[in-house]
Design a protein around this ligand. Structure first.
Ligand code: 3PG
Length: 308
């Protein structure tokens, strides 16, 4: 009997990605179970019951979901951040968790620059805005997305800086980026801060009063990572006294309404997470996910395992 792969996406992939996943499953003799646009978590809990593998996006793969997945061997988050997977619960059940790093990074990076232009031009309000050329951008965490942001920002004629204690400075320099020794310096000297921290217990609320307070006059924070990495109370506090600062986020922060009421044109939030919402990123991440599952079942390949 062929193995079952469930693709469960509350926010579906572009249809071309689904077609490609279907074709791969057919060729390799896997059964594809598709659950798109579901609205209740209970639907995911039910759907995992008899499947051997699961592909998700930002869908929440909780202990309850895994507890109902008797046959599950592998879960792939088609994307980079896997804070939506309960990796501990998965490990306890010997389920492998993977992500597909790099597959949607360019899409996120293009959105960063798009949001920067949007904010620099006063959200297209018809008044005089500013240009990106000659401005300084600070990349906070220099991973796959950060690298693409640097490449595009250089094309805009920006000066590019980064802070990431886990990345070799040489690699940053090779990418045309000036590494900074402290995160404080990054926030202090840059006109734009592009946030790419993963959300972990250590990074939650990392961008706090101390960093927002020291931002350069007229600076903008662009967050296409996770809302949890920003201390929203601190941001509100500083923005009340610093009317020069701006903030754009891919997905609304928890205190979106309060921020929109207080800061109107200085904040912008996408209604749904848009960073990876491109045809190309969906195809790249979706195809990588299904191929990783098949490589695991056929050859025991665990290259992209994240719950080691
Ligand atoms: C990621 O971590 O890969 C991005 O946040 C994309 O998330 P999405 O697949 O839910 O759009």
């Amino acid at each position: 009997m062929s193995k079952k792969i469930l693709v469960a996406t509350a926010k579906p992939f572009a249809s071309k990605a689904v077609t490609e996943i279907k074709n791969i499953c057919k060729q390799k003799d896997y059964e594809l179970v598709l659950m798109e646009n579901y609205t209740e978590q209970s639907e995911l809990v039910d759907a995992v019951k008899n499947v051997d593998a699961l592909i998700v996006r930002s869908d929440k793969v909780t202990q309850e979901v895994l507890g109902n997945a008797e046959n599950m061997k592998v879960v792939v988050r088609a994307g980079a951040g896997y804070d939506n997977l309960d990796c501990e619960a998965a490990s306890a059940q010997n389920i492998i968790c993977m992500n597909t790093p790099g597959q949607n990074s360019n899409a996120v990076a293009e959105l960063v620059l798009g949001m920067m232009v949007y904010m620099a031009r006063g959200q297209f309000n018809g008044k005089s805005g500013t240009e990106l050329f000659g401005k300084k951008i600070g990349i906070h965490a220099f991973g796959n997305v950060g690298k693409h942001v640097a490449r595009i920002a250089i094309g805009f004629g920006m000066e590019v800086f980064a802070f990431d204690p886990f990345v070799d400075e040489k690699m940053m320099i090779e990418n045309g980026v000036e590494p900074l020794k402290t995160v404080e310096e990054l926030y202090n000297i840059c006109d734009y801060i592009s946030v790419h921290l993963p959300s972990t217990p250590k990074t939650q609320k990392f961008i706090d009063l101390r960093l927002i307070n020291i931002m350069k006059p007229n600076a903008t924070i662009i967050n296409t990572a996770r809302k949890e990495v920003i201390c929203e109370d601190s941001l509100i506090k500083v923005f009340q006294t610093r009317s020069d600062l701006k903030f754009a986020s891919d997905i609304a922060p928890a205190k979106a309404t309060e921020m929109q009421e207080k800061f109107e044109n200085r904040v912008y939030f996408t209604p749904k997470k848009m960073g990876a919402q491109t045809l190309e990123a969906n195809v790249n991440a979706g195809v990588a996910a299904v191929n990783q599952i098949i490589a695991y079942f056929e050859n025991g390949d665990t290259t992209f395992q994240v719950n080691k």
